[in-house]
Design a protein around this ligand. Structure first.
Ligand code: NAP
Length: 299
């Protein structure tokens, strides 16, 4: 039996693994896609204390290598449910694993706009990852939708490749850092389209533009585009735990700064839990807090 099973190998999960392994516990990490989590899509991380600048991919790789060197075992399996009891059980698409404590670190996935043709146009003009797909749009006209740090970073990143970048946001204030907004304002090839919502994706087999509704004037206008990068936040993926674990209205796991859920011995770390600040630093901090609490429980 494993001491601690960690579900999700993003920043929170890998940080938890490092802390638990260093405390002498056996750790099994379960991941459905690839290790690293959301940060692998961030071109440049400049706000992690002690690291002036690093790509999200390199950051994630470093975390993974650190956990692996300590003996972390990683299984690529989709978790379908968990059972409580003296021995806890994690059920996956391929089997069942027993452990003393569980850390849920499932992060969140990209929120879609929910418009017609959105899924059809993925890879045909629509992307949720500027780092992954930005290079395909070199010299072309693109838009980024959103007003958080992801959208701001994506717009800045794309402005280095693309002929023109529209930044479309539904308000005239940004949720992301003011310093990033200032950097964008200095770029000649970035145009802000504010108080605007995308109401239609234009094009037949591939995206050719968007229809945008101006909330102030009430007018609609079409913007011709080669690409649209959607960066309107994330949604948690905690449905598999809902029968046992308390979730809030948005689907986030209800847990405070101590990372404790409503079930003893099951902890939640990182973006998957209720919190106001979702950053790399807070994900890593959660990983440490949850791991030490899980270690104490599993003793
Ligand atoms: P976010 O901060 O939640 O921002 C989402 C943005 O999308 C908001 O501006 C929101 O508008 C807009 N939005 C939401 N739903 C929408 C819809 N249906 N239609 C149009 N616009 C919509 O998400 P994020 O930018 O992905 O960032 C997630 C977390 O990661 C944040 O805590 C962020 O600070 C963090 N992050 C950190 C770094 C870093 O540390 N370097 C990098 C990237 C992200 P409103 O503002 O009007 O609600």
């Amino acid at each position: 039996m494993t001491d601690i099973i960690i579900i999700g190998a993003g920043t929170a999960g890998l940080s938890a693994a490092i802390y638990a392994l260093r405390a002498g516990k056996s750790v099994l990490l379960m991941e459905q896609l690839t290790y690293g989590g959301q940060i692998i899509n961030t071109p440049e991380v400049e706000n992690y204390p002690g690291i002036k600048s690093i790509s999200g991919f390199d950051f994630a790789q470093g975390l993974y290598e650190q956990a692996e060197a300590l003996g972390a075992e990683l299984k690529y399996e989709q978790v379908t449910g968990i059972d409580d009891g003296e021995v806890k059980k994690v059920k996956t698409s391929s089997g069942e694993y027993e452990c003393k404590a569980i850390i849920l670190a499932t992060g969140a996935k990209n929120r879609p706009l929910g418009l017609d043709k959105e899924t059809e146009f993925i890879g045909n003009g629509i992307s949720y990852c500027a780092t992954c797909d930005g290079a395909f749009f070199k010299g072309r006209v693109v838009a980024v939708n959103g007003g958080g740090n992801t959208a701001l970073e994506d717009a800045l990143f794309l402005s280095n490749y693309c002929k023109k970048v529209y930044l479309i946001h539904r308000r005239d204030e940004f949720r992301g850092e003011a310093k990033q907004v200032d950097k964008l304002k200095e770029k000649e090839n970035i145009e802000f389209v504010l108080n605007a919502t995308i109401t239609e994706l234009l094009g037949e087999d591939e995206l050719s533009g968007v229809r945008v509704h101006d909330k102030l004037s009430g007018e609609d206008k079409d913007i011709e585009l080669d690409g649209l990068f959607i960066a309107i936040g994330q949604m948690p993926e905690n449905a598999a735990f809902a029968p046992l674990i308390e979730l809030d209205k948005g689907g986030y796991i209800v847990a405070g700064e101590d990372c404790r859920t409503n079930v003893a011995g099951i902890f939640a770390a990182g973006d998957c839990r209720t919190k106001t600040v979702r950053q790399l630093t807070t994900a890593a901090a959660d990983g440490a807090v949850a791991a030490l609490a899980a270690c104490a429980y599993a003793d």
